[in-house]
Design a protein. Structure first.
Length: 274
């Protein structure tokens, strides 16, 4: 689908400018990236290094024991290529304390691990006087394939308007190694876990469906008429609708005048206000 193609130089320049500008707005020194060794986090590391310089990017890799060994090895290679600082923190000892107390299925375990990782990343951001640069892409955010207050938690999300297939295009353009790009997408939350198997649709097909629903504002029947499988279209729409709560700021009951309520306090630009 041609409309999923990118002006890659423009995309690179826009995202790197965004990262740099947001750093200046936030007023902190360093960008902190949870680097798993997957294509999304590697792309964020490349873009962040272009935007901020190698001295102001810190990568944190957080394997769960042997399950994340390959990701750690690949993350170290990427950090050496970019010449950025990194830390490897095995979360297994921390996680297993809780796992020993609770009978949990894989989904609960995966969510708990994702939230533990972001606890660590935000703590490291405090340590380095930094802000967290998140790695979620548009495909994941739209269908809710991410952990609420886990990998979704970030100061900024530079890939938030890039579909997964566009992440691959930009990664190739920036020269990210093939051993990263050719990996089967996986959050490494349990043995043999893969993203596409869990979602039930390949990213290539999912992105085309989401593009038509979200960007082109087509309804389900119109998308099906474009030649897509009915069940997959309905599933994508269902995931999109059912995950809306993840994309909202926690709702607040309005008791005060709207002009002086909490929305006003959150969104007022105090830097330009005397």
């Amino acid at each position: 689908m041609d409309n999923l193609k990118l002006n890659l130089e423009f995309a690179k320049n826009l995202i790197t400018s965004f990262i740099k500008e947001e750093k200046e707005k936030i007023g902190l020194k360093k960008g902190i990236v949870a680097l798993s060794g997957g294509v999304d986090s590697v792309l964020v590391s490349y873009l962040s290094t272009l935007a901020l310089g190698k001295e102001d990017v810190v990568a944190i890799n957080m394997p769960y024991g042997e399950l994340g060994k390959k990701g750690s090895e690949d993350s170290i290679k990427i950090c050496e290529i970019l010449n950025i600082r990194y830390e490897i923190i095995d979360i297994k000892p921390l996680i297993d304390i809780y796992f020993d107390l609770e009978e949990m299925d894989n989904l609960r375990k995966g969510n708990f691990m994702a939230r533990m990782r972001m606890n660590i990343v935000f703590d490291k951001a405090k340590k380095f006087d930094g802000f967290v640069i998140g790695c979620s892409n548009k495909s994941e955010l739209l269908i809710g394939y991410s952990t609420w207050y886990g990998d979704m938690a970030a100061s900024i999300l530079p890939l938030g308007d890039l579909y997964k297939t566009q992440v691959y295009l930009l990664s190739k353009y920036l020269g990210i190694p093939d051993y990263i790009i050719n990996k089967v997408p996986s959050a490494e939350l349990w043995t043999d876990q893969t993203d596409e198997e869990e979602i039930g649709i390949t990213y290539e097909e999912l992105d085309k469906i989401l593009y038509l629903i979200v960007d082109k504002r087509m309804n389900v029947n119109e998308v099906i008429k474009e030649g897509f499988d009915e069940e997959k279209v309905k599933k994508a729409k269902r995931m999109l609708v059912n995950s809306q709560f993840k994309r909202r700021f926690p709702p607040i009951p309005k008791l005060s005048d709207r002009t002086i309520g909490i929305d006003y306090l959150y969104f007022r630009d105090y830097k330009n206000y005397d």
